[in-house]
Write a protein that binds this ligand. Structure first.
Ligand code: GLU
Length: 292
C-alpha cells in the first residue's frame, strides 16, 4: 500500500494565525496517525503580496509548533513552467479564452443587465459571475488585442469544459462542508462561471497550480479549511480535463475570532508569533484549537 501523503499549503502573504496552526497541526497529526508523509508547500504565485520574510516566519512558526516536514519544500514560484505547460494544453484544446473586460467593464455590463430587471448570478464567494461575451471572439481579434498589450486573463469556457466530461463530477468528502456536507459530493463548477485559470503575466491561478501540485506531489489527502469547500468543484473539473488523480478531501471547521469572524492575516488576528511572544507554549496553542 503506498503511504498516504498530506500537505499544508500556506501563502506567505502575512503572518500565520491560529487557524493556520490548526490546519497545519491537523494535517501533521493525521499523517502521523496513518504512517503517512507530511509536506509543506509554499503557495506564492501572487508576486505582489508574497514576501520571503513571511516564508521564513512560516517555517519558524511551524517548527516552533513542533511540525516536521520533508525537504525540499515545493515553492510554487519555482515551478511556473509546470503551470504554463498545463495552461498551454487548455489553450490548445480551446477550453480557455483570453478575457479582456476590466473590473469596471464587468460592473457596467452587470449594472446594465440588472437595470433591465435580470438579477445577475453570483459565485459561492458572492462575486458576480464574469459575463461570457468574449467566448466567441475570432482568433484574429484575440491575437490583435493581445499583441497590442491589452490586459487580459485566461478564463475557462465552462460550457465547453463541462461538455468534455465523460461522467459525473464528484469527490469524497471525509470532513464536512459549510452546511455539514459529507460523503460523495456532487461538484458544481458551473457555480463559478468562467473562472480565471491564469493571468497575462503569471501563467497560473490558485485553482490551476493547486491541482498540478497536488498531483505532482502525489497528495492523497487534502486537509484544509471549509472556506475552500466550494473551490473543490473547480479543482475537480481541472483534474478531469488534465487527467490528474483525485485526492480525498477533508474540509475542517474554521477557527473563529472571539467576535465570531473568520481570522484574517491582514488584520493580524491571533498571530502565532505574537502568541509565542506573549509566553504561550505549543501546548497552549493545541489546547486553544481543541487538538488536545
Ligand atoms: N494557499 C491556500 C491558503 O493559504 C491554501 C490552499 C489549499 O490548501 O488548497 O489559503
Amino acid at each position: 500500500m503506498p503511504r498516504p501523503v498530506f500537505r499544508f499549503a500556506p501563502s506567505p502573504n502575512g503572518p500565520l494565525h491560529l487557524g493556520h496552526a490548526y490546519s497545519g497541526l491537523l494535517n501533521h497529526d493525521l499523517a502521523r496517525e496513518v504512517g503517512g508523509r507530511f509536506l509543506l508547500r509554499i503557495e506564492d504565485i501572487d508576486r505582489d503580496r508574497c514576501r520571503p520574510a513571511f516564508e521564513r516566519a512560516i517555517r519558524d512558526d511551524l517548527a516552533w509548533l513542533g511540525l516536521e516536514w520533508e525537504e525540499p519544500v515545493r515553492r510554487q514560484s519555482d515551478h511556473f513552467a509546470d503551470y504554463r505547460a498545463a495552461l498551454d494544453r487548455l489553450i490548445e484544446e480551446d477550453l480557455v479564452y483570453p478575457a479582456f473586460l476590466s473590473r469596471g467593464d464587468v460592473r457596467d455590463y452587470i449594472a446594465d443587465e440588472e437595470a433591465q430587471g435580470t438579477s445577475w448570478p453570483r459565485d459561492p464567494d458572492c462575486a458576480p459571475l464574469y459575463p461570457v461575451i468574449e467566448r466567441n471572439l475570432s482568433r484574429r481579434e484575440r491575437n490583435a488585442r493581445m499583441d497590442a498589450g491589452a490586459p487580459f486573463a485566461w478564463r475557462i469556457d465552462i460550457d465547453a469544459a463541462l461538455e468534455r466530461l465523460a461522467g459525473p463530477l464528484d469527490w469524497l468528502e471525509d470532513g464536512a462542508g459549510p452546511q455539514g456536507e459529507t460523503g460523495m459530493i456532487a461538484a458544481n463548477p458551473r457555480a463559478w462561471g468562467d473562472f480565471v485559470i491564469a493571468r497575462r503575466d503569471i501563467p497560473t491561478s490558485y485553482q490551476l497550480s493547486v491541482v498540478i501540485d497536488d498531483a505532482l506531489q502525489g497528495i492523497t489527502h487534502v486537509v484544509r479549511g471549509s472556506d475552500l469547500f466550494h473551490a473543490t468543484a473547480g479543482q475537480r473539473l481541472l483534474q478531469e480535463l488534465l487527467g490528474l488523480p483525485v485526492p480525498v478531501y477533508f474540509h475542517h471547521d474554521l477557527v473563529l475570532g472571539e467576535d465570531g469572524r473568520k481570522l484574517s492575516k491582514s488584520r493580524g488576528d491571533s498571530g502565532l508569533s505574537d502568541l509565542r511572544q506573549a509566553g504561550m507554549t505549543p501546548h497552549d496553542i493545541r489546547r486553544m484549537v481543541h487538538l488536545i
